[in-house]
Design a protein around this ligand. Sequence first.
Ligand SMILES: Nc1nc2c(ncn2[C@@H]2O[C@H](COP(=O)(O)OP(=O)(O)OP(=O)(O)O)[C@@H](O)[C@H]2O)c(=O)[nH]1
Ligand SMILES: [K+]
Ligand SMILES: [Mg+2]
Length: 450
Amino acid sequence: MTDTIFARASGAGKAGVAVYRLSGPDSHAIANALVGKRINNREAKLVALRDPETAELIDRGQIIDKGLAILFRGPKSFTGEDVAEFHLHGSRAVEISLYETLSRLGARPAEAGEFTLRALKNGKLDLAQAEALADLIDAETTLQKKQALGQLDGRLSALAEGWRQQILNVLAPLEADIDFPDEGDVPAAVAANAGPAICALKESLTAFLDQSIRARTIREGVSIAVIGPPNAGKSSLVNALAGSEVAIVSDIAGTTRDIVETRLDLGGIVAAIADTAGIHGATKDKIEEEGMRRARARAKEADLRVAVLDPGHDYVSRETLDLLRPGDFLIWSKADLAPAIPEAAVPEGVSTIMVSSKTHSGLDGLVSSLTEALAGGLDADGPALTRERHAAAVREAVEALTRAESLIETAPELAAEDARLAARALGSITGAVGVEDVLGEIFSSFCIGK
Ligand SMILES: Nc1nc2c(ncn2[C@@H]2O[C@H](COP(=O)(O)OP(=O)(O)OP(=O)(O)O)[C@@H](O)[C@H]2O)c(=O)[nH]1
Ligand SMILES: [K+]
Ligand SMILES: [Mg+2]
């Protein structure tokens, strides 16, 4: 027997309206008892909620609150079970007395993600869609929202299911031949058909994996490290990009010691941009040394590096330039002072831009170049392997198909087994097979009430 669960579905804290949700076999009986009469299915009704045990007392009991009640009869509800929703005032006191009463009437507080888990178990959405729901709730940029909505619509699910079906189609004649062999081994015709089909699918999976790596940046965001010698204008640039004074700026070399991180929305990509300590030769200052160590480490692990050099300096920091990789940026700072750009051997594939953090000249150009580098050509609408879990499943399928391909002529039973493994791996994307063990992990990242 399933429990009846409840939680606040809207955000915590004081609010004009808060939405509470009950799901489970007793949810309608409990709702009707609170309201003191039967509520019709899918009809929003303004009601007073009372604790039924005190309702008979003087003054017809204390009301919990007045608000809207809506019932959804399963399976036509979010969870697929009977669901009741109350739209009450977002007050701590109302919440406390509602929770007390609901608990006494036999419902229990929901665990994180439990509503969605029930929806999954009742086939209202699959695992990729449940993940998309979490992504939609977490979405900070329009691009993230677009991607999550597409995934929620079942675009990845349809693709993964299609691949799995293709494998099953190849597998069926192969298995038939293994189970009922006319001759000793698989007829050449079956192997001749299955081989190319497996190979073609393997190729499309591999291509999809490659293209999906960038799509993940929409969901996960990217990290940018701003690096350069002391006083180059790194903190000033980060402040200009962020539009606020996130880092201390001064004319004293060595102002920034710790890494100062802030978030930017670059064309829908969430970028965590890190200001770092100035990198230069050796120092006797232990704190400065540690700052430089952190700066170099951050430069190495960031997705993109923006080096800042002051053209007015009488040297060009080779140490900084050596940290750059193709696709990174080199900013000549303090453009308003209009110094001549020194002759520096710029590493290959690095774009150079002149910027003044004081007058903001060149700043828009930098923002659009960064945006183009990160979000250019990204298709948020298409299906994508937005999580490592999806990519791992596809990689596993590719490996199994590669083995199947090589075994199809010599050991068809083993080839069939590998093809089954590949189908299983792809099925785990939507949760069609073998996901029980990961469910806990996925749903624990949900908020209570989702
Ligand atoms: N005129 C002008 N001055 C700038 C510009 N950018 C930075 N400065 C000045 O350059 C000095 C150093 O700037 P910061 O932003 O602190 O430099 P930094 O690279 O973060 O320095 P450290 O943290 O010490 O490594 C300050 O006096 C800034 O006002 C600019 O675009 N134009
Ligand atoms: K400084
Ligand atoms: Mg600084």
